[in-house]
Design a protein around this ligand. Sequence first.
Ligand code: NAD
Length: 263
Amino acid sequence: KKTAIVSGAASGIGAAVCEQLRHAGLRVIGIDLRNSDICADLATASGRAYAVEAALCLSEKRIDTLVCCAGLGPQAEPVAQIAAVNYFGVTALLDGLFEALQAGCRASAVVVSSSSATLQAWEGNPLRQAYLDGDEAAVQAMLANLPPDLAPQAGFIAYASSKNAVACAVRQRAASWGRAGVRLNAVAPGAVQTPLLEAGLADARYGEGIRNFIAPLSTRARAEPADIAALIGFVASDSAPFIHGSVVFADGGIDAAMRPHHF
Ligand code: NAD
């Protein structure tokens, strides 16, 4: 039986991914803060190290599918946690489990980015070098010392920059992972009906912006977690053998509407 590791397994998209993969016949090992096979805090270096060690142990160092869903929304406090989980919590799993993926059968990994990644594009992302260097202290210092005009948007900047950087982290690894025969992709959802979205909608600073972030698609203003899980399941599966290094949007057309000449 194939083995999958899924972070953020206890809720929302991650929980739907677990269901999707189990339905497809995989053995699924979940990682989350609580209510999971591996309970670990991906915001901390020690939590990440424990999660990697436990995943290697439970999988016997052979992983066929890795899906990194764990994440915090722009409303999460403290803001430092957002970059810690959304970027450093993901790259720690990718790099820590890469060898075990190489031992898997036609293995692949999928990272959940966000359509908001394009709102803090790499070229204009002031945190990019710190992310690229894996310098978590520098990212945290920059978020804590934003200029006064940007400080009220710190949560949004942390969220969008981390989602942009994590998509770039996927693309940066495409050559080396490709040579090793392990596919790696990002999925970038728009608004998905989950507790993370609900918390954002309830937030005084970001609620209105999120409410107005409406997909142009008339048949579906927001996705359900199962919609995104179906895409992740496909991208991760043997049915997508040539999809590698891609950032696949599932956003009801928001990105196309905002950036019709970029893709
Ligand atoms: P969710 O809150 O339902 O699930 C996120 C899960 O991550 C939770 O179970 C939570 O406990 C876990 N998590 C958070 N911090 C953690 C930590 N420090 N250590 C371990 N686990 C931790 O949210 P969701 O909407 O399903 O989000 C899943 C992913 O999708 C996130 O990366 C999110 O940024 C991304 N995303 C969501 C939306 C949306 O509209 N819901 C849109 C784009 C991208």
